[in-house]
Design a protein around this ligand. Structure first.
Ligand SMILES: [Zn+2]
Length: 176
């Protein structure tokens, strides 16, 4: 099974796709709103990232060649399909090894983090990870299990009906 060697840079309009790539373990920068195209391209080039965009104008930038991949689909399912035409994405390469919010590599949380789990989560069963940068806590609860199932669907190329419901909202919904 190949690793997650490819690195990506998503424009704002592809933020949800970018978060799914992070869930799979890929190193993904998501553009901050309002930044200039030229700057974004420069960053993507400097960091050797494939620039994924829905903005056709970006293809016309002088330093876009070989760096920018245009995705045209509005819906996430279509974007998954288009992405797979350009890259051999391994959706199961390193699931939940990165923070969905900020892209940092997660670390195993110690027992001190247990009290931060919502009531009802069985602490003794939970493997917990935290983000050293933004302090987001992740654990193998029902939400993460649903997301793992989604990644399994994606790895089989099943991105039609299953993918339409985007379940990637870790902050507010993660609970047992
Ligand atoms: Zn984070």
């Amino acid at each position: 099974m190949s690793g997650c060697r490819e690195r990506f840079f998503c424009d704002e309009m592809l933020a949800r796709l970018g978060r799914w790539l992070r869930a799979a373990g890929y190193d993904v920068v998501i553009a901050v709103p309002g930044a200039e195209d030229r700057q974004l391209l420069q960053q993507a080039r400097a960091e050797q990232r494939h620039f994924l965009t829905r903005d056709r104008k970006l293809l016309e930038c002088h330093n876009a060649a070989g760096r920018v991949t245009l995705l045209t689909a509005n819906q996430l399912a279509g974007q998954f399909a288009e992405l797979s035409e350009h890259f051999a994405i391994n959706w199961l390469c390193r699931p939940f090894s990165r923070c969905l919010e900020c892209n940092s590599e997660l670390q195993m949380a110690s027992a001190e983090a247990m009290p931060r789990l919502p009531p009802g989560v069985r602490c003794e069963d939970a493997t917990m990870f935290y983000c050293p940068r933004c302090d987001q806590l992740y654990w193998d609860g029902s939400h993460v299990k649903r997301m793992r199932r989604m990644l399994e669907h994606l790895s089989r190329g099943e991105w039609d009906a299953n993918v339409e419901q985007d379940i990637l909202q870790m902050n507010s919904e993660q609970s047992e």
